[in-house]
Write a protein that binds this ligand. Sequence first.
Ligand code: NAD
Length: 476
Amino acid sequence: MPTINARNPRTGECDYTFEALDADSIASICREVRDAQQHWWSAGFDYRQRALSRWADEVRKRQDDIVNALAQDTGRRAISHEEVGVIAHLIEGYCAVAPEVLAAPEGRSSSNAEISFENQYVPYPVVGVISPWNFPLVLSLLDAIPALVAGCGAVIKPSEVTPRFIDPLMQSIEAVPELAAVLRYVKGGGDTGRAMIDQVDAVVFTGSIETGIKVAQAAAGNLIPAFLELGGKDPAVVLNGADLDRAATAILRSAIYNAGQVCYAIERVYVDRSVHDELVAKLVEGAQSLSLNYPDIRKGQVGPFIFAKQADIIESQLEEARAKGATVLTGGVLERHEGGVWLPPTVVTQVNHDMRLMTEETFGPVVPVMAFDSEEQAVALANDTRYGLSGAVFAESITQGAELARRIDAGGISINDTELPRTISLDGEKMAFKKSGMGGSRYGARSMLRYTRKKAIIKNPGSINALDALSEQQVT
Ligand code: NAD
């Protein structure tokens, strides 16, 4: 079993070591979950809800330990606190809608009124979840919780970059034995994730496009469904007439939250040329009012890079952009403190689509701004990308913004704000377009049904056709 050393993003030291699970151990964990899942499902929704609510209580009891571990994993504290709070929110939200969503329909045949049917939503016994490092806790559970509510077992392989939260979280799970039987975490890197795909009945993956393709290929080899939630390069379009203070604040919040290490962060801004300078001035002023969470993790807004290599990617994108004529108005220079790497909020102008800064995922606190001369051009620029996760439009009116939003080829567009898809996660549906993902909507109450197979039990209480129905004479 390979040993993995996890780096602390604030100190740069590899201060946490663990053994990656091998294929045999994963196979035996998946077998145990598969066995236990039969009871988890057959015991019914109320049983599952009770177990999950008790787990939410156990998480609350251990909140400090989990937050401390997450803060060590990620180098930021307030967001770690938010992450822990999301568990109870997901459990309560999905349990509230589950009775209605999981009530399978009944009906009658339209070709023979005597025949009736009932549907059944049969959960996949073991759903495998593979998650990234940017929100280690939330992204490991965002899909696992609805799957558990629907009656599945779940085996989760979080990122090897951020493994510290797993131990305290496992303690909360083990305090609820019936849940611990069907919810397991496995530690490891890509090999562990790959081995898990051979043992599960469906896989949900959140991560990069490149790894997502490998996961989809491995899932296809096992003929299991793969639900992929991948990278983004979200555009914000700012039209003439938009409230520029509002636009600047919302764009900055989105670009800087979690130091830009967010799949749906605004990473490209297109603004009407007539208001370009005014918007840029507001972005620069806002960016300069923010500070690093160094040396005090409890102060400032911008955390360190969780994954050290991300800093190199961003540095090279900025270097290339500068070499091709971009102007960095504020930020733009990495700061290294005690082995950790930070980037102050960065605003860049004079950019274009020949620069990777405008075409590849940045995953850092960078706001590149480009002027446009017509709405057609704005739409063309927003759509000139392999990504299609989400985006934003700022306009004088909601109607005008929504009209433009309908022309943007992405799964969720916020009007006069950013990141609004978060607010409808249990309500409206939203898929990832283009290379940003694959599979049904992760959003909306009915997303739970992704983790089930639809079965029909069809009943014929009336007469049955005799064998002579097969006769050729019937046809002639
Ligand atoms: P990554 O693709 O490098 O790794 C993600 C996970 O896949 C990790 O757990 C890793 O160990 C595992 N893995 C690696 N190789 C594998 C293989 N061959 N088979 C199975 N598993 C394998 O991504 P990352 O760097 O951890 O995360 C950042 C990426 O995640 C960004 O692109 C970001 O946009 C994306 N992301 C997407 C969403 C979304 O909801 N769409 C949310 C957050 C992050």
